[in-house]
Design a protein around this ligand. Structure first.
Ligand code: HEM
Length: 199
């Protein structure tokens, strides 16, 4: 059982690392903004194809974290290290489940509502009318904001993740400070290229 827990632990952490995609997507989107017009040429096709094709992968990583998280709890309980009730009353695990479900909902909204509309407006990536350009701009902005929210959620879950067990909990002020820093960094990534990493 020990090896299974180690395997699941690594899988959970690697999947958590892969949740960093919104940060890199924001970097790409900010570069596109910097490039300016025209809208609808091969640059946009390239960017849209990348963003679109990542959504399925993101769902896979999200389900890996969710199912893996439950398996981890099951393994710890089966091993006799914890009782099922310990997890049911563990606010960090509950918060992470809620955060992950919210991230899944945000991703589903982008994948099934926003992205098809952007694709429809781009058509075959040719000449675009003013109305289509304005609508694409508005939809892209919504998607960008959603991505920033996802980035904030993913890093918050990771920060909480290291506090999963009561013995590893931070003082409340430190959790609040880290939350504020994550929010600041997500906002910074939304607004700029973060050429120096943290700033
Ligand atoms: C985006 C969502 C999530 C992220 C980023 C995340 C991140 C992490 C991280 C970084 C750890 C490592 C803690 C350490 O080694 O000190 C961890 C542990 C853990 N996570 Fe998550 N997690 C997420 C969602 C979930 C969910 C949904 C569940 C439950 C269904 C869950 C259950 C657990 C458990 C049980 C552990 C303890 C691992 C162990 O017993 O060794 N996590 N998480």
């Amino acid at each position: 059982m020990d090896n299974s827990i180690s395997f699941l632990h690594v899988l959970h952490i690697v999947a958590a690392m892969l949740m960093a995609w919104p940060y890199y997507a924001l970097a790409a989107v900010n570069q596109r903004v910097k490039l300016g017009p025209p809208l609808g040429d091969r640059t946009d096709r390239y960017m849209e194809n990348i963003l679109k094709n990542r959504t399925t992968a993101c769902f896979v990583f999200q389900f890996t974290i969710l199912i893996g998280g439950f398996l981890l709890m099951w393994a710890r309980v089966s091993d006799g290290q914890f009782a099922a009730g310990d997890f049911a009353s563990n606010w960090v695990v509950i918060a992470k489940i809620v955060i992950l479900l919210m991230m899944m909902a945000m991703l589903a909204w982008v994948r099934f509502v926003v992205q098809p509309e952007i694709d429809r407006l781009f058509g075959d990536f040719g000449e675009l009318g003013d109305e289509a350009k304005a609508r694409i701009g508005a939809l892209r902005l919504r998607r960008k904001r959603m991505s920033t929210g996802c980035m904030f959620a993913a890093f918050t879950a990771a920060m909480l993740g290291v506090q999963t067990y009561a013995s590893a909990r931070f003082p409340a002020w430190l959790t609040a400070l880290l939350l504020a820093l994550i929010a600041l960094w997500a906002f910074r990534s939304y607004r700029s290229e973060t050429a120096y990493g943290w700033v």
